[in-house]
Design a protein around this ligand. Structure first.
Ligand code: AMP
Ligand code: ZN
Length: 248
């Protein structure tokens, strides 16, 4: 019995009928699959998660099939197979990877302090909101009026944030900067945005800092570097490398 039970561990391939191959999901993958379906999304072209009954087990086995006809066969018994055709195996593996990604992302969002602010689970000093972004005061301000603009949808950094959210952040920055100028009459406003631990990013949810500057305020290290002529050859070389990388 134990040995047979092993056959239905997550990652095992199963079939209902000749040609209808599925894969057993773990709990996180099954939750991700059902959530995505509820949102009307499919991580792959064929996507039909469900539970199959097996007469030897009281439990239902969560299975994902690479064929939409699965639904009509929900009540049938499943059998373990060792090696499905490589194409089917590849399709299922691709879907599983997407489910794992989705599930990791959900976990990150659950732990993310700025997502909690977006959901209203922890308070903030809000200054602006639209359908894509939220802006609030930094609680450890470099100076009064230090404001953070974040996308409502979790994205870790500049590499991850979708274009439309990035555009919304910058349009909001323009409005908010005007508000800061009118409200606080600063001598200038610095825009800062850090990506990755190496750049001292502390909160791993994209945020754009607006820091009003005032006469006599201590310099920001990032705005007060010493102006020493660089190595022009190295600068040119670097420019070429970056430009080539951008061109792809
Ligand atoms: P960074 O180094 O760019 O990741 O900066 C993160 C910023 O988020 C810091 O300036 C923190 O003061 C700020 N911060 C962290 N938690 C909160 C919070 N709950 N409300 C407002 N600002 C926060
Ligand atoms: Zn987040």
């Amino acid at each position: 019995m134990n040995q047979r039970k092993m056959a239905f561990d997550p990652g095992q391939y199963v079939k209902l009928l000749p040609g209808l191959v599925g894969i057993v999901l773990n709990k996180a993958q099954y939750l991700a699959a059902t959530k995505l379906l509820k949102q009307g999304q499919k991580p792959g072209r064929y996507f039909a998660p469900g539970c199959c009954q097996h007469p030897d087990y009281v439990i239902q086995i969560p299975v994902l099939f690479e064929d939409e006809t699965f639904d009509v066969m929900r009540a049938m018994n499943i059998k373990h197979i060792d090696s499905p055709p490589p194409k089917k195996r590849q399709k299922l593996r691709t879907i599983i990877e997407k489910l794992d990604q989705y599930s990791r992302r959900e976990q990150t969002m659950e732990d993310c302090i700025f997502c909690k602010i977006v959901k209203g689970e922890i308070p903030c000093f809000k200054v602006y909101e639209d359908d894509k972004v939220l802006a609030f005061e930094d609680i450890n301000p470099i100076d009064l009026g230090h404001t953070l603009i974040i996308p409502k949808n979790h994205a870790e950094n500049l590499f991850e944030i979708p274009d439309e959210d990035l555009a919304a952040i910058h349009l909001a920055a323009k409005k908010i900067a005007r508000g800061i100028r009118e409200a606080l009459n600063p001598t200038g406003i610095a825009c800062l945005q850090l990506n990755g631990k190496g750049a001292n990013q502390v909160v791993m949810h994209y945020h754009f800092h607006l820091v009003p500057r005032h006469e006599g305020a201590p310099e920001l290290p990032i705005t007060s570097w010493e102006l020493k002529p660089g190595d022009m050859g190295a600068i040119e070389e670097t420019a070429k490398k970056i430009a080539a990388a951008i061109e792809g």
